[in-house]
Design a protein around this ligand. Sequence first.
Ligand code: GLN
Length: 485
Amino acid sequence: LRPRCLWQKTSSLYKRQFSYNVIQRSTAAATATEAEVHDGDKPLQGKFVALKANIATKTNVVPTTAASKTLANYHSPFHATVSSLLLQHGASLLPNANMDEFGMGSHSQFSPLLGPLTSAFSRNGKPLSPGGSSGGSALWVANELCWAAIGTDTGGSVRLPGAYCGVVGFKPSYGRISRWGVVQYANSLDTVGVLAKEVQRAREVFQCLDQEDWRDMTCMGPSLRSRIAKTSRQHDRKSLRIGIPLEYNIAELSPPVKATYTATLRALHASGHTLHPVSLPTTRLALSAYYILAPAEASSNLAKYDGIRYGHRTPTTDAAPNADPPLPLYAQTRAEAFGPEVQRRILLGAYTLSSDAMENYFLQAQRVRRLVQRDFDRVFAAGNPLLDPGSGSGEKVDVLLTPTAPTLPPTVEELEGQSPVESYMNDVFTVPASLAGLPAISVPVPLSAEQRKGMDEKDVTSVGMQLIGQFGNDKLVLDAAEMLE
Ligand code: GLN
């Protein structure tokens, strides 16, 4: 893609009435980055890669906003490591892809600065959720406005929009890709991921980003990388042992998702892979633990946006005009700059970290997190290189296959009637791999003609299937994902 082609594509897509929000933002972003096209023979030469709005780019045209009013005018003085690596490998960047503010959300509806997004699909004339929080990145890919896109996945934010928009969403093992220059949501979970039309593209981008970075102490260092390389199980692509976690077969699984899951398992079996039911008993606690831990980390991370040291500040003249007693500048600034979902998470996190609640919530959730990780370690043939690399028995499973989400994407109208807790339920299949830091990918698998019968012709045409692998086994997960395409 050359910039001009991008313009032509943009206008033809606009005529076809794809998401207005995406198109509108694409114009600003493309202008900002035309100058950054590099010469030479590099793996991403001439390819446009969209960046979620929480990844810093050093440009004075497009700010790095994380879709928050608090960062509306923040122009980063440096590139995130991810941005630098993409440029070094020849890519042209399209920054500021829309998202849920600071990554908090599952449907890209909580974007106070850039506005809510809808997908290109609809049901009975009602637009569907594109998934979130990397909804903008997924839409850029789905609408073919870029070659690939970067998102971040804390509890499912690359995989869920991938599933809802019908594209591939890959979350590597925690620590593979540097988080330096990525606006933090929950550090112990935040993972940079890739969205693309095909697994091979996601792999190519991942390979450019999978590098050590001394500036991010959670990015894997050389010794862990070489341990992983040594312990990664050699696998035979023709015959994988595929685990079916029993706990993911929940009552909420909708019929088209269930049917596509069953058909995918059958097809894998028919092509020589073996299927093995496995039990991950802590799965049912994972969602609650995630929604304790992620807001706790967020409340601490977001403390810096106080308007004094950092971020938007309420003009002193406007501060606390009518409050009685008057609100301090700090509180007024934060009440004004953060959207309602972010405020909810900060309150929740501040509460669970308070001395009275700490033992009951935060510490319990940390324990659950360890149990979730142990469940996974028990079923994977490969040992966990972070713990006991020799623990793999070689008799268990290579990868797990689950649906990415229990249902097809809801309409935006349905979301409006949902309580926050109902919307958190959507992440039930994605958070376990996040808590354990495991590589996971969502691959769109077409709905059968049978399943499409009676569906709106503008409705989604695929269901996201998720593959999860042992920590460090990113290559195996990508290889297995290619078999689903
Ligand atoms: N939906 C989850 C949340 O709101 C996950 C978000 C993410 O992965 N960034 O926390």
